[in-house]
Design a protein around this ligand. Structure first.
Ligand SMILES: [Zn+2]
Length: 58
């Protein structure tokens, strides 16, 4: 239950969304310079997540 993460398309690195795969890294946007990001990756293990819209990834 506590593994749910919530990401917004506008999430920035400052949001510090913990990686659900390794539990150590955080998801960072692939294009931090962009206002809207659809792809994020973990800065620790490299796990990728892709968002099509405002969704909750479980
Ligand atoms: Zn990770």
């Amino acid at each position: 239950m506590n593994s749910s993460i919530s990401l917004r398309l506008t999430s920035k690195e400052e949001d510090r969304i913990a990686c659900d795969t390794c539990g150590k890294g955080i998801y960072v946007p692939d294009h931090p310079e962009s206002d809207v990001n659809h792809s994020f990756h973990c800065n620790e293990c490299g796990a990728r997540i892709h968002l099509d819209a405002n969704v909750i990834v479980e």
